[in-house]
Design a protein around this ligand. Structure first.
Ligand code: FES
Length: 166
């Protein structure tokens, strides 16, 4: 059987092509009530994040004031104004995880990745975030990497966990 890998075309899409797609989304949604959040979701999906220039583009195309667009982007935590890494690590800081060493996990990850919470490694591999309880309190402390949950994590296990993503 052939092992030719299919290459995703998204990464090759130029800035201009992405903006054209976002403009199409805006044309489709802008007349609908409460469409700004939907437009922002779609734009983030296409562009990866919502930098100020893109917020200006959206404000311009929708006729919604930039202050309102930026207000929505900063209000909701699922919108990001910085590019995200290939993998997102989230450390639970709910009560159980916090008490059982969640903070040490963060400190170790900051050291290993050489970034702060909210930042992305220079190779674009990881973004580090914190989150609230994910319901794995009995096996705290917990972290997630993308959709995978790691339970009873201790700082010494982290290097091995990160290696799975290289
Ligand atoms: S507090 Fe971390 S999983 Fe519940």
């Amino acid at each position: 059987m052939s092992k030719v890998k299919e290459q995703c075309a998204c990464k090759k899409e130029t800035e201009e092509e992405k903006l054209t797609r976002i403009a199409e989304v805006i044309d489709e949604y802008k007349m609908k009530e409460g469409s700004l959040i939907q437009i922002l979701h779609m734009a983030q999906g296409i562009y990866g994040y919502l930098p100020l220039e893109l917020q200006c583009f959206i404000a311009d195309k929708t006729g919604i004031p930039l202050s309102q667009v930026s207000g929505v982007v900063t209000f909701y935590s699922f919108f990001s104004t910085k590019p995200k890494g290939e993998n997102t690590i989230r450390v639970c800081l709910g009560t159980a995880c916090y008490v059982r060493g969640g903070k040490k996990i963060i400190e170790r990850l900051k050291e290993l990745l050489e970034i702060d919470v909210g930042d992305t490694t220079s190779d674009g591999k990881f973004t580090l975030e914190v989150m609230r309880c994910i319901g794995a309190c009995g096996l705290a402390p917990a972290i997630t990497i993308n959709d995978k949950v790691y339970k009873q994590v201790n700082p010494d296990k982290l290097q091995a966990i990160l290696k799975e993503y290289y």
